[in-house]
Design a protein around this ligand. Structure first.
Ligand SMILES: [Ca+2]
Length: 377
């Protein structure tokens, strides 16, 4: 199938997506869709509700932008982004963040110095231009100052009468699609579509393959002994230690086939890793039951130690779904996981200091950092 046909299908799905939202007046009234053709000319999509008029005089005073144009000269005819497909995005008027993991935290500085632009649309276009890492904009009405940000949602203590915040609504749903659509993308945080929401995820991108990170721990200091609700919604900080959230993992993995990749570092400096042929979890009413395939990597080791068995339910200290009648495995070692009979304390979310029972080869290591990530296949 040629790229053009794929683009047409994308646009069709995209419009269906948008018009399905237009059934919700409160949402559509805050939605503005910008479309950019292959010549890089952008316009407001038909049927979209925008509260401002596009001004074609883009700010060109920024030296870095100029340098970027020169560097990306071969893409000039296709617009200013990494890929013309991704220049078509919905900017959704940001709502206040209630969940800092989903929305991302406001970084202390914008991703580039503020610029003066002619309109908020120009500011949005600049964000598309730098997507990724730009995922949202702020536009100050009084002095037309445009800032590009790497977070989603309106920050707290913010006066919306003076400022406009918009977030991008992308139509990529995971890091695999980002790596394919954006050939020069690097590991980092990206915005992906998640039903009606836009969420930030962490992508590990190697050899043009994108992995969506589900879990990351860099040391034992951050508390992973959390409630069912916290594991359901996700917790932590995408820039350091986090659990992406069972509900998100369920919805993501139910939409395709994924490989799972895990890596565990021990305190003694060893690394255990494995790639599994498949990974999926069921919905909450089925306790996010695990379905994981066999390991497939050439140099896999220790993979068997991390999952007691497929078809085990997720448990937390306040929700016992394991098959041990005498106790709650999650209460014993801390943290949420897919426990069966509690013999495995080598799971990634437990108390690292109690993980000495890990039975990986002949060693009995304590974990020092771990990562779990999935790739669409
Ligand atoms: Ca039990």
């Amino acid at each position: 199938m040629s790229t053009n046909y794929i683009s047409i299908i994308f646009f069709f799905l995209y419009y269906c997506f948008f018009f399905s939202f237009s059934l919700y007046p409160s949402f559509s009234s805050a939605t503005c869709v910008l479309r950019c053709d292959v010549q890089g000319i952008c316009y407001v999509a038909e049927g979209a509700v925008c509260e401002f008029i596009e001004d074609s005089n883009e700010d060109t005073s920024n030296e870095n932008e100029h340098e970027r144009h020169k560097r990306d000269a071969h893409q000039e005819n296709a617009g200013k982004g990494n890929n013309p497909n991704l220049r078509s995005a919905i900017f959704v008027l940001s709502e206040r963040c209630q969940n800092t993991l989903r929305c991302g935290r406001k970084d202390s500085n914008p991703i580039k110095p503020p610029t003066k632009v002619n309109s908020v649309i120009t500011c949005c276009l600049n964000c598309l231009h730098f997507y990724p890492p730009c995922t949202s904009i702020s536009f100050k009405k009084s002095n037309a100052e445009c800032k590009l940000w790497n977070f989603l949602g309106l920050p707290f203590n913010h006066n919306t009468d003076e400022m406009i915040y918009y977030s991008i609504k992308p139509y990529v749903t995971d890091c695999s699609q980002i790596a394919k659509t954006l050939p020069r993308s690097k590991s980092g945080r990206y915005a992906v579509a998640y039903g009606r929401e836009t969420v930030l995820v962490v992508c590990e991108i190697k050899d043009k393959e994108g992995w969506t990170v589900l879990q990351k721990r860099q040391n034992s200091s951050f508390n992973f002994n959390r409630t069912w609700e916290e594991y359901r919604r996700g917790f932590g900080d995408l820039r350091s230690d986090f659990w992406l959230g069972n509900e998100f993992i369920y919805k993501l993995t139910s939409g395709g086939k994924f490989h799972l990749r895990i890596e565990a570092h021990t305190r003694t400096g060893n690394v255990f890793s494995a790639t599994y042929a498949s990974f999926k979890i069921r919905q909450e009413s089925e306790n996010y039951k695990l379905s994981v395939g066999d390991t497939i990597g050439q140099n896999d080791d220790g993979g068997h130690a991390f999952f007691e068995a497929s078809s085990t339910s997720f448990s937390t200290y306040d929700r016992d779904n394991d098959q041990n009648k005498d106790k709650n495995c999650a209460s014993e070692g801390g943290g949420g996981w897919w426990f069966r009979l509690c013999w495995n304390s080598c799971y990634f979310n437990g108390l690292y200091t109690l993980s000495s029972k890990c039975d990986i080869n002949i060693e009995q290591p304590q974990l020092s950092r771990t990562i779990m990530m999935i790739k669409r296949v």
